[in-house]
Design a protein around this ligand. Structure first.
Ligand SMILES: O=P(O)(O)O[C@@H]1C[C@H](O)[C@@H](CO)O1
Ligand SMILES: O=c1cc[nH]c(=O)[nH]1
Length: 347
């Protein structure tokens, strides 16, 4: 359930809990209701120009990841996984194409959206995605980031589910500067959802899926202790000591979006998870140098896990059958490859 109220109040009375128990996303910003229209500029959508409830009211899962291509691939993959059929003669369209910022694909109850790199890009998207959920009156939407990362002591190809998102100073919060003031919001993800995702990994998967802490940085190079940026004013020993310190604190991966993603979803009362694949083990180096095809296959791994979760929820709700007329079948990673090839052949 989403526990959100207009204005700034954070604690809910019994009556408010009843009032808000319908699962729809409420905004903590009373200004929005007073506006004639709300333009979701970076999504190329608006509350007056589009019937957002009609277009998005059935959304249950908003899956986000860095690149437009990854999210387009995921849209094709999940379409097959849930047996969703597009109307005859139609194909998936990038709903936000004319924003020239983010890409968005809708496959029944699943939205697949690119978020770009780093906090500012994700922050803008999250504001507009949360408002989209509100305008569309979506019930209990779940947000999942499907990303890539650097591993700490784990092999490339390992799938990592974030337990806690930590900032550069190992705080489980995200720092905002608002009107010149610094505030922190807890970077909390849904622990139950993380465990559920972990339970959907299979002993037959030819790779490990683990849960651990994720460090979120504002930079890929110096910010992640790399020696190979345009600048580097620390030694290899300093770098290794830092990575070891991270490891001692339970950090298993480093990426650039988890704290803002966790902080804004938590502030909005939206259940969220972060699932990334490691592209390298940072204890062994800095360069991302795995072959392209290998990295392509690795990036499918978080998508496979998330698709198992989506299928499980839809099956549990009886929605796979009701929405799409048949149950579909659980596909293996091999099948995923074929689906990807089919979708690429259509590009
Ligand atoms: O979702 P992606 O793969 O974009 O996440 C990580 C963090 C940065 O955005 C980017 C750096 O290569 O990859
Ligand atoms: O090392 C890495 C790899 C992917 N993404 C990151 O942020 N860091």
């Amino acid at each position: 359930m989403s526990l959100l109220v207009a204005g700034n109040s954070t604690s809910l009375s019994e009556e408010e809990l009843d009032e808000y128990s319908d699962g729809t996303v409420k905004l903590r910003n009373s200004n929005i209701e007073l506006m004639d229209q709300d333009i979701l500029y970076h999504l190329a959508l608006g509350s007056e120009s589009h019937d957002l409830q009609e277009m998005f009211g059935d959304v249950k899962f908003a899956c986000m990841g860095g690149t437009p291509k990854r999210m387009e691939n995921f849209a094709h993959f999940i379409m097959n996984e849930i047996g969703y059929k597009l109307p005859a003669g139609t194909q998936l369209q990038d709903i936000s194409a004319y924003s020239y910022r983010y890409s968005m694909y809708k496959v029944g109850p699943v939205l697949c959206v690119s978020h770009g790199m780093g906090t500012p890009s994700v922050s803008i998207l999250m504001h507009e995605m949360i408002k989209l959920m509100y305008h569309a009156k979506c019930k209990d939407p779940v947000f999942i980031r499907i990303g890539t990362c650097g591993g700490i002591g784990v092999d490339g190809g390992t799938v990592i589910i974030t337990e806690d998102a930590l900032d550069g100073q190992l705080r489980n919060s995200h720092e905002f500067t608002i009107l010149g003031e610094t505030i922190h919001r807890p970077a909390k993800l849904d622990k139950k959802l993380a465990r559920e995702l972990k339970s959907l990994s299979s002993a037959d998967d030819p790779y490990d899926t683990i849960i651990g802490k994720t460090l979120c940085t504002n930079d890929f190079y110096e910010g992640q202790g790399r020696l190979d940026g345009a600048f580097c004013e620390f030694s290899e020993n300093d770098k290794m000591a830092y990575l070891e310190k991270l490891r001692e604190n339970g950090v298993v991966n480093i990426e650039m979006e988890s704290t803002i993603f966790a902080a804004l979803t938590h502030h909005a009362g939206i259940k969220a998870a972060v699932v990334c694949v490691a592209l390298l083990n940072r204890l062994n180096g800095d360069q991302v140098n795995a072959p392209k095809e290998v990295m392509h296959e690795w990036q499918q791994r978080p998508q496979i896990l998330v698709s198992r979760y989506i299928r499980k929820v839809l099956t549990h709700n009886g929605q796979l059958k009701n929405l799409f007329g048949h149950q579909g079948s659980i596909k293996s990673p091999r099948r995923f490859k074929l689906v990807q090839q089919e979708s690429q052949a259509h590009e």
